[in-house]
Design a protein around this ligand. Structure first.
Ligand SMILES: [Zn+2]
Length: 111
């Protein structure tokens, strides 16, 4: 197994795993089981880390993840509620869970 990258959080990590698996890349997310609280690994080492099975998949795997990040930053990405941590669809301008406004709406649009 080769450690590809660290996901910002578990949900996104799982999303990446799904994307890679759809592309036929064998991969897994580590750190998931630690939520159960085994307590054997220091918190800063518990991921979530994304691992791939084969070194030769590295480039395409990174391409998928970067492409995903790219596409989402262009199209109005899923966004992460700063108040409750919920991931939200691009079309929402406020959090359906807690009602917090989407951050960065007053930023100038990117060309
Ligand atoms: Zn929220």
């Amino acid at each position: 197994m080769i450690r590809l990258t660290r996901a910002p959080d578990m949900l996104l990590g799982q999303h990446w795993v799904n994307l890679l698996r759809q592309a036929g890349i064998a991969c897994r997310l580590t750190g998931v089981h630690l939520q159960g609280g085994a307590g054997e690994i220091p918190v800063d080492q518990c991921g979530p880390d994304l691992w791939i099975e084969n070194e030769h998949d590295r480039e395409s795997a990174m391409g998928i993840i970067e492409g995903w990040a790219d596409a989402s930053s262009r199209a109005g990405p899923h966004w992460h509620c700063p108040a409750c941590g919920e991931w939200l669809e691009p079309q929402f301008s406020s959090c359906w869970q807690c009602g917090a406004a989407r951050p960065g709406d007053d930023a100038p649009p990117r060309a």
